[in-house]
Design a protein around this ligand. Structure first.
Ligand SMILES: Nc1nc2c(ncn2[C@@H]2O[C@H](COP(=O)(O)OP(=O)(O)OP(=O)(O)O)[C@@H](O)[C@H]2O)c(=O)[nH]1
Length: 826
C-alpha cells in the first residue's frame, strides 16, 4: 500500500476520533486522551469512565471480529487438513495420484472428458467460481521446459525433486515412476498437514508474541519490567541477558509462577517436566548470567502474574495477551541467533530497543534492515532518553537513521517510534508491600518523570493497539493466504486426477466389455471345440474299427485262397503244413498291418482336424508322434500243426463236391438198378458168374478200390492240409475273438493319440479362458477402482469448493478491517 494512503488512513482516523462511539478506530486518539488519567490516578473501571469504556469497547469489538474470523479460519484449516488426510490416504492405499502438468503429459492437451470418456466443451457460465478457477489453471499452457516451471504451476503442492531448477521437465519427470511421484506427493502432504496444524495452533493461540531485541545494555530488561510494572527480568549495568527469556502470563502454566529453563526449545512441552528444569526465582539472575559461559540453556520461560487489573494488564487483559521475549543484547555472536528467532512466524511484533546515547550500532542496523524485510513494521523504542540533553537533536538524528533501516517504520514514526526513559516507570518488586503504595508514589514524581511516564504510557497504548491490529495480519493473513493457495492446489490436483480417473474408467469399461465378449466367445468356442473333437474322435475310431474288422474278417475268411506254398511231396508234408500255416498267418498279419496303417492315417487326419480347432489360440500345437503307435502288438498267434491236420474226416467239407458226383452216380446206378429190377440184377450177375468166381473177383475189386481211395487220399492231402490249417486258424481266431481284439487294439491306440490332441486343445482353451478371465477380473478391478476414484475426487472437489467458498466469504468480509489503521504489506 502506498505511503500516501497510509497517511490518509491516519489522518482519517484522527477525524474520526471525534466520534468514538461510531468507529473503533478512534481508540488510538481516545486512548491518548486518557493517558493522564491512566497514569496519574488509579485506573477507573469502564462503567465509571465513559471514554475509557469506548476505548475498551472499540478494542473489544476489534477483538470480537478477530475471534470470529479466527474461529472460522480454524474451522477451514481443520477442514482442509481432513481433506488432505483423505487424499493422502487414497494416494497411499488406493490410487497413486498423478501430479498435475506432469503425469501423462501428452494428455494435458487433451480435453476434459465426460463420464463416457467423450470430450466435453466446458461451459464456463455454468461453472462455479472455484471450478472455473481450477479449470483455467489446468488448461493454462505455458512454457514448462524445466521442472521448476511445473512446480511453479502449483503454489503449495510442490514436489521436492532435488534436481535443481535447470533440469528439463522431461528428464526429471521421465526418470520418475508413477509411484515415485505418489511417494513425493505423500511427503508433500505430510508437510502441508503439519503446516496447517501449525497455522491452526497459531490462529487458535490468542496471545501475541512480542520480541524485545536491541543492543547490549540498551535497557531491554528494564523496558520489559516497565511494561510489566514489575521487576521480573534482572537488570544490570553489565551485559547480563545471555539467553532468550519469554515472559508469559501465569495462566499459561495453570496458574503456577515458575521459571522453566529449556535446553532444546523445539522439544519443550510445558506439561512434560523432562523437557525443562525449574529455576527458583532467586536463581534467575545467576542462571542468566552464568549461562553465558555454560551455554546450558537456550531459552527461559518465565510464567509470572500480571497483578494489575484486566484493562491494564499486558500479559493477560481479556482482549489480547502479550508474551514478551527479552533477547540477549546484539553483538557479532548473538546477531544471527536473534535474527533467526525474529524470523519465526510466531513472532507478531518486534520491538527494537536502542540506547538514545549510542544510536544504532552496526549490528543493530544489520538486524533492523533484515527484520524490516520480514516483518515490514518494527516498533522502535529509543530508551535512556533521560540521559540526553539535546533531546530534539537526538530525536531527529535517530529518526533519520530509522528512515534508512526501516522506511515504513519511519513513515509511521509517530506511532511506531518512541523516545522513553524506562527507569522512570516504577516497577513492583517482590518485596513491595502492596500495589497501591507504588501507584501513590507516582503522584509525587517530578515534572520530568511525569513527562517520561506520559511518553511511556503513549508507547504502551501504541504498542497494545499495534499488536491488536497487527495480530489480524500477523496471525490470520498467513493462514488465509496459505489456505487460499492450498485449496486451489487441491482443486487442481483433484480435478486433474478426476479427469485421469474418468479416462481410465472409460477405457477400463471398454476393455471390460471387450473382455466379456471375448470370454463368452471363448467359452462357447471351447464347448464347440470339445464337442467337435469328441465327435471327430468317435467317428474316426468307428471308421478305424469297421475298417479293421472288415479287412480281417475278409482276410481270415479267404485265408486259404490267397496263400500258396511249394509242395515238395509227401516226405515234406509236415514242413509244407507249417509253411502253409505261417503263410496264412502272415497274410492275416499283413491285413493287421494294413489296418494299422489305415488307422494311423485316419488318426493323423483327425488330429489335424482337432488341432485346427485351436488355430486362434495362443501356444503351440502339441507334437504327437504316430510312428511308434503300433510298436507293440501283443503275443503272436501260435497254432501247432498236428497229425490230424493231414486228414480230413469231415465228409461234409471234404467230399462235398465229390459226394455230389458220387450221389448223382449212385442215383443213376440205383435208377438203372431199379430199372434192372434191383438186387435181382446183382443176383443174376452172381448167378451168371458163379459164386466162387464172384468171390474171387470181389477181392481184387476191393483191392482196386482201396488203391484208388489211397491214391485219391494221397492226391488230396495237399488240399486237405490247406483246408484243415485254414479251418484251424479260423477256429482259433474265432475262439480268441481275434478280429475284435485287434480292432479294439488298433482303435484304442488311435483314440489314445487323438485324445492327446483333444486334451491339448482343451488345455489350451482352458488356459485361454483362464487368461481372459483374469483379464476380465483385472479390467473389472480397474473399472471399479477408477469409478471409485472418480466419485472420491468429486466428493473431495466439492468439499474443497465449500472450503474455498467459505474462505472467499471470509476474505471478502472487510468488517474487521475497519479496525485496521496500519496497513501492513503481505
Ligand atoms: N538512565 C537510564 N538508565 C537506564 C534506562 N534503562 C535502563 N537503564 C540502565 O541501563 C543498564 C542496563 O539495563 P538492562 O535493562 O540490563 O539492559 P539490557 O539491554 O537488558 O542489557 P543486556 O540484556 O545485558 O544487553 C541498567 O543499569 C539500567 O538501570 C533508562 O531509561 N535510563
Amino acid at each position: 500500500m502506498s505511503s500516501s494512503f497510509m497517511s490518509a488512513s491516519f489522518s482519517k482516523n484522527k477525524q474520526k476520533s471525534s466520534k468514538p462511539s461510531e468507529n473503533g478506530l478512534s481508540n488510538l486518539q481516545s486512548f491518548r486522551g486518557n493517558i493522564k488519567t491512566n497514569t496519574s490516578s488509579v485506573p477507573s473501571s469502564p462503567s465509571t469512565e465513559p471514554k475509557n469504556s469506548n476505548i475498551h469497547n472499540g478494542m473489544f469489538k476489534c477483538n470480537q471480529a478477530f475471534a470470529q474470523k479466527s474461529k472460522k479460519l480454524m474451522g477451514l484449516l481443520s477442514d482442509s487438513c481432513s481433506i488432505l488426510k483423505q487424499v493422502r490416504e487414497t494416494n497411499k492405499q488406493r490410487w497413486d495420484l498423478h501430479y498435475p502438468f506432469v503425469s501423462q503429459m501428452p494428455e494435458l492437451q487433451s480435453p476434459i472428458y465426460d463420464d463416457k470418456g467423450l470430450r466435453i466443451v466446458s461451459n464456463k457460465t455454468q461453472m462455479s467460481k472455484f471450478k472455473q478457477k481450477v479449470t483455467d489453471r489446468l488448461q493454462f499452457q505455458s512454457d514448462m521446459s524445466t521442472s521448476q516451471d511445473f512446480n511453479s504451476k502449483l503454489n503449495v503442492l510442490k514436489l521436492d525433486l532435488k534436481k535443481g531448477d535447470t533440469s528439463s521437465a522431461e528428464t526429471v519427470f521421465g526418470d520418475l515412476k508413477k509411484d515415485a511421484i505418489a511417494t513425493l506427493l505423500d511427503g508433500c502432504f505430510a508437510n502441508i498437514i503439519k503446516r496447517c496444524e501449525n497455522l491452526h495452533a497459531r490462529v487458535s493461540d490468542t496471545s501475541s508474541k512480542v520480541l524485545v531485541a536491541g543492543d547490549v545494555n540498551a535497557g531491554k530488561s528494564t523496558f520489559v519490567n516497565a511494561l510489566l510494572k514489575r521487576e521480573v527480568m534482572p537488570v544490570d549495568q553489565q551485559p547480563c541477558t545471555t539467553l532468550f527469556c519469554e515472559v508469559l502470563d501465569v495462566q499459561e502454566n495453570d496458574g503456577a509462577e515458575e521459571i522453566h529453563a529449556i535446553k532444546d526449545f523445539t522439544s519443550y512441552k510445558r506439561t512434560d517436566a523432562s523437557t525443562f528444569t525449574v529455576i527458583e526465582w532467586n536463581d534467575l539472575y545467576d542462571t542468566i548470567v552464568n549461562n553465558e559461559e555454560s551455554g546450558e540453556y537456550a531459552q527461559l520461560k518465565v510464567y509470572t502474574k500480571d497483578r494489575r487489573n484486566a484493562q491494564e494488564s499486558l500479559l493477560h487483559n481479556g482482549i489480547i495477551d502479550i508474551a514478551l521475549i527479552d533477547c540477549p543484547g546484539l553483538n557479532r555472536d548473538t546477531l544471527k541467533t536473534t535474527a533467526l528467532f525474529a524470523r519465526q512466524e510466531e513472532i507478531d511484533v518486534i520491538i527494537f530497543v536502542v540506547s538514545a546515547e549510542n544510536h544504532f550500532t552496526l549490528s543493530a542496523k544489520e538486524f533492523l534492515s533484515n527484520a524490516s524485510k520480514e516483518k515490514a513494521y518494527l516498533f522502535i523504542v529509543v530508551n535512556r532518553f533521560d540521559n540526553i540533553r539535546m533531546q530534539e537533536k537526538c530525536r531527529r538524528a535517530i529518526l533519520e537513521q530509522i528512515k534508512e533501516v526501516s522506511p515504513r517504520t519511519h513513515e509511521h514514526a509517530e506511532d511506531l517510534v518512541h523516545f522513553v526513559t524506562s527507569t522512570a516507570i516504577k516497577v513492583e518488586k517482590d518485596d513491595d508491600v502492596n500495589h497501591s503504595s507504588r501507584l501513590s508514589s507516582a503522584i509525587d514524581q517530578n515534572v520530568n518523570d511525569i513527562k517520561s511516564i506520559e511518553d511511556f504510557a503513549r508507547l504502551e497504548e501504541s504498542l497494545r493497539t499495534f499488536v491488536l491490529k497487527k495480530r489480524s495480519k500477523s496471525k490470520l493473513a498467513p493462514a488465509q493466504h496459505y489456505l487460499d493457495n492450498l485449496v486451489t492446489d487441491i482443486g487442481v490436483l483433484v480435478e486433474f486426477n478426476k479427469n485421469i480417473a474418468q479416462r481410465e474408467n472409460y477405457k477400463a469399461g471398454i476393455e471390460l466389455e471387450e473382455a466379456e465378449r471375448t470370454l463368452n466367445k471363448l467359452v462357447a468356442d471351447e464347448k464347440a471345440a470339445a464337442a467337435t473333437a469328441d465327435e471327430a474322435e468317435n467317428r474316426t475310431c468307428e471308421e478305424i474299427g469297421d475298417f479293421t474288422r472288415r479287412s480281417l474278417e475278409r482276410a481270415i475268411e479267404n485265408v486259404d485262397q490267397f496263400t500258396s506254398c511249394e509242395y515238395h511231396g509227401l516226405v515234406y508234408i509236415w514242413s509244407y503244413a507249417n509253411d502253409l500255416r505261417d503263410s496264412m498267418l502272415d497274410e492275416i498279419y499283413r491285413e493287421v498291418l494294413a489296418s494299422e496303417e489305415n488307422a494311423k492315417k485316419q488318426t493323423a487326419k483327425c488330429i489335424d482336424l482337432i488341432q485346427d480347432l485351436g488355430r486362434d489360440l495362443r501356444g503351440e500345437d502339441k507334437h504327437i508322434n504316430l510312428d511308434k503307435m503300433y510298436a507293440k502288438r501283443g503275443t503272436p498267434i501260435s497254432i501247432n500243426i498236428e497229425i490230424s491236420d493231414f486228414f480230413d474226416f469231415n465228409l461234409n467239407d471234404r467230399f462235398s463236391e465229390e459226394l455230389s458226383i458220387v450221389g448223382l452216380t449212385g442215383a443213376a446206378v440205383m435208377c438203372t438198378a431199379t430199372k434192372l429190377n434191383g438186387l435181382s440184377f446183382l443176383w443174376d450177375v452172381t448167378y451168371f458168374l458163379g459164386f466162387n468166381n464172384m468171390r474171387r473177383l470181389l477181392l481184387p475189386l476191393v483191392g482196386l478200390a482201396g488203391i484208388g481211395i489211397t491214391t485219391y487220399v494221397l492226391y488230396d492231402t495237399k488240399r486237405v492240409i490247406s483246408r484243415k490249417v485254414a479251418r484251424k486258424i479260423r477256429c482259433y481266431l474265432k475262439r480268441s475273438d481275434y478280429v475284435n481284439s485287434q480292432a479294439n487294439r488298433i482303435v484304442r491306440q488311435g483314440r489314445k493319440k487323438m485324445r492327446l490332441a483333444s486334451e491339448n486343445i482343451r488345455l489350451r482353451f482352458r488356459r485361454a479362458v483362464e487368461e481372459e478371465n483374469s483379464k476380465q477380473v483385472s479390467h473389472r478391478i480397474s473399472y471399479k477402482k477408477s469409478e471409485e476414484a472418480v466419485k472420491f475426487f468429486e466428493k473431495i472437489f466439492s468439499q474443497t469448493e465449500v472450503v474455498s467458498d467459505s474462505l472467499e466469504d471470509l476474505l471478502g468480509n472487510h468488517e474487521w478491517e475497519d479496525y485496521e489503521e496500519i496497513p501492513v504489506s503481505d
